[in-house]
Design a protein around this ligand. Structure first.
Ligand code: KG4
Ligand code: ZN
Length: 340
């Protein structure tokens, strides 16, 4: 049987991305144009600049993804695009380009939820430590932790999700980014804090953890406020060993709660595996703690597939195609789209 090739397009936040994936698993290409440098001076994503940068990058990025995959337009079976959640102006760029391509080539248009796409990063074939094997069985528990989201979900089958819990305030990645700013570390805060924490003693400073007992919900704003207070008391951000200690203590406070709740959810639902998804799942300390605490196998994609990319969008689109999902030509973006 001929393989099914899906072009994925992702512009929900600050990465312009396109990829071609065969059979929902084999990455023929995966191109990401990052806007990190553009937003770095603001310490966060500046929405209007993001949409404009997408407008400039989207066509060259798609052309590059097609070239690197060695496919022509006639070799594609569908176009999958992220239509939410995300920034409205950013999402509009990807959705409009995808519509134009699908209409022009007579291809099915597949609507993809960005959160679901982060989960499908685990279906992509990669040879890396921690990568999921082919043919994952259900039920699965997914921890999605990114700049905009922190959610625990039970995945009973393809397209069948139950919401277990999520953040009541800041997303985990958002907390990393805000604390990164307080510590005057380069944007994005997550990788900067992980680097700064190397050699630091997480026990040297006590930071609060919001356990929110009896629930799978999270809260990180109190933790951020506690770091802000410490920085203020010191009269500015710490340097040297004191910086390493503070970064390590903060990182530990975030991943301690995430790891405990994810492991407990997997246990309660007798999950076949626990999937770490989204940008924050690139964090090595999080991976280590979850592995230590979970009773089931724990999988995490390589860092490039943890952060935003379109290979995961195409993989998710493949399973939406098999399920018969099709978007109409009136597909609109849904900035607040949920998964369950
Ligand atoms: O999934 P993603 O690329 O975009 C969203 O959908 O939000 O996630 C980006 C987030 C940022 O907040 C970034 O600081 C965080 O992921 N991040 C990390 C690490 N790498 C990226 N957080 C902690 N440790 C990391 N190594
Ligand atoms: Zn994301």
């Amino acid at each position: 049987m001929a393989e099914i090739r899906v072009l994925g397009i992702e512009t929900s936040c600050d990465e312009t991305a396109a990829a071609v994936v065969a059979d929902g698993r084999r990455m023929l290409s995966n191109v990401v144009a990052s806007q990190v440098e553009l937003h770095a001076r603001y310490g966060g994503v500046f929405p209007e600049l993001a949409s404009r940068a997408h407008i400039e990058a989207i066509v060259p990025v798609i052309q590059q993804a097609m070239q690197e995959a060695h496919v022509g337009w006639g070799d594609l079976d569908a176009v999958a695009v992220t239509y939410g959640p995300g920034l409205v102006g950013s999402l509009l760029v990807g959705v409009n380009v995808a519509k134009g391509l699908a209409l022009g080539r007579g291809l099915p248009l597949l609507p993809v939820n960005h959160l679901e796409a982060h989960i499908y990063a685990h279906w992509l074939e990669v040879r890396a430590e921690g990568a999921a094997p082919a043919g994952l069985s259900f039920p699965l528990v997914a921890l999605i932790v990114s700049g905009g989201h922190s959610e625990l979900l039970l995945m009973r089958d393809h397209g069948d999700y139950v919401y277990l819990g999520g953040t009541l305030d800041d997303a985990a990645g958002e907390a990393f980014d805000k604390v990164g700013r307080l510590l005057e570390l380069p944007y994005p805060g997550g990788p900067s804090i992980e680097r700064a924490a190397a050699g630091g003693d997480p026990e040297s400073i006590h930071l609060p953890r919001a356990w929110l007992e009896e629930s799978y919900d999270f809260s990180f704003s109190g933790l951020k406020t506690a770091v802000a207070r410490l920085v203020e008391q010191r009269g500015g951000p710490p340097r040297g060993k004191a910086l390493a200690d503070m970064a390590a203590a903060f990182q530990e406070a975030v991943v301690d709660v995430l790891a405990s709740k994810a492991a407990a959810a997997a246990r309660e639902h007798t999950a076949a595996a626990l999937l770490l998804c989204g940008g924050v799942s690139a964090n090595r300390r999080l991976r280590e703690l979850v592995r230590r605490r979970a009773d089931c196998p724990v999988y995490y994609p390589p860092p490039v597939l943890c952060t935003d990319n379109a290979a995961m969008t195409a993989a998710c689109g493949h399973f939406r195609l098999l399920a018969g999902a099709r978007a109409g030509w009136d597909l609109d973006v849904e900035p607040g789209l949920r998964l369950a």
